[in-house]
Design a protein around this ligand. Structure first.
Ligand code: DP6
Length: 329
């Protein structure tokens, strides 16, 4: 067999309704469904080449050869791709992010969505979107939501076969922006993979989980009806529930900094003045300010002027994972 190569791109996503905690952490079967928007301005591009001359998998990220946990996670993922294809050949994976690494933006979603598509194609698997989403989920839960286009819901499912993401509306359906307000670009001390396993230690976890179906329904309705007030209410409530669970876990996970609080306080004050803005925070201190596109210039200027704000990156809704045509060498 000759070396076989494919390249794919994918965007990260911001969850409007969060994924936090697994029923099965090996298969990444989540405790609840979740809902997100792909972020067009940020992208991961990944090439995979299966090559019989290789004696092990190798992986470079932004031109830097990776080892340790980073390589192990990619290699374990490729094991699942090889198992699906009934093959045992190793691969070289080359990946690059168009967004600055160390900017405090999680990239596992775009990374595993692009890797799933490129590796499946390179090894000769023709997977429908649903199965590609399931495959990406095995690498990183939120990656399953970066496979379909636009506004996306991850159906939690009963088992591996039923847990995948689907498009609820295409990217052009609603002119929203995500202003990613970076207050601290450093890597967080407890990543989301470790964090998920602490969810069940919080006495608030079962209450959060019980409320998710109703919040998902509101979120779906808000997006389909382009109802920003409803979206703002449910996005902030859901983010606060996740952080309440995190803070009351054992050991507690506190991701917000003083600068996070300042941004959140202002977003709420500005909304009270009538601006269509709301905020959501993932497993880190940076704040995603979701807004109607017409608010962007006004809000961006004010966000940049807040104390502690290092940069603001702006993104429109984005497409799903796509193959990139490449010249044959
Ligand atoms: C807080 O998908 O990063 O961003 O499956 O372990 O890779 P792994 O976790 P990950 O978790 C995302 C957590 C979150 C919320 C969300 O994106 O829904």
């Amino acid at each position: 067999m000759n070396a076989r190569q494919a390249t794919a791109t994918a965007h990260p996503n911001i969850a409007f309704i969060k994924y936090w905690g697994n029923r099965d952490s090996r298969l990444r079967l989540p405790l609840t469904g979740s809902f997100s928007m792909n972020l067009a301005a940020l992208e991961t591009c990944t090439s995979v080449c299966f090559d019989e001359d290789l004696v092990a998998d190798c992986f470079d990220l932004n031109g830097v050869e990776q080892g340790g946990e980073s390589l192990t996670r990619v290699s374990r993922f490729l094991d699942q791709v090889r198992a699906l294809a009934g093959q045992s050949v190793y691969a070289r994976v080359s990946s690059a992010n168009t967004f600055p690494s160390g900017a405090g933006i999680a990239s596992s979603a775009s990374a595993f969505a692009a890797l799933a598509l490129a590796s499946a194609k390179a090894i000769g698997l023709a997977l429908p979107e649903k199965d590609l989403s399931r495959l990406a989920r095995l690498g990183s839960g939120s990656a399953c939501r970066s496979v379909p286009t636009g506004f996306v819901e991850w159906l939690p499912g009963e088992d591996d076969a039923g847990s995948y993401a689907v498009t609820i509306a295409p990217p052009e359906y609603w002119d929203l922006v995500d202003m990613i307000v970076v207050v601290d670009p450093r890597e967080k001390p407890v990543g989301s993979t470790a964090g998920h396993s602490l969810a069940q230690t919080s006495p608030l976890n079962s209450l959060r989980v019980a409320g998710v179906p109703a919040r998902l329904e509101s979120c779906r309705q808000a997006v389909l009806a382009r109802d920003f007030s409803l979206l703002a209410e449910v996005v902030e409530l859901d983010s606060n529930w996740m952080h309440a669970v995190m803070r009351t876990s054992n050991p507690p996970l506190v991701y917000w900094s003083v600068d996070t609080e300042v941004v959140l306080w202002h977003v709420q004050a500005w909304r009270a003045q009538g601006h269509a803005l709301c905020a959501s925070v993932d497993a880190g201190p940076n704040v995603h300010v979701i807004a109607l596109a017409e608010e962007q210039a006004w809000a961006e200027e004010r966000l940049r002027a807040l104390p502690g704000v290092q940069r603001v990156m702006v993104s429109q809704p984005g497409e799903g994972a796509r193959l990139v045509e490449q010249e044959v060498k």
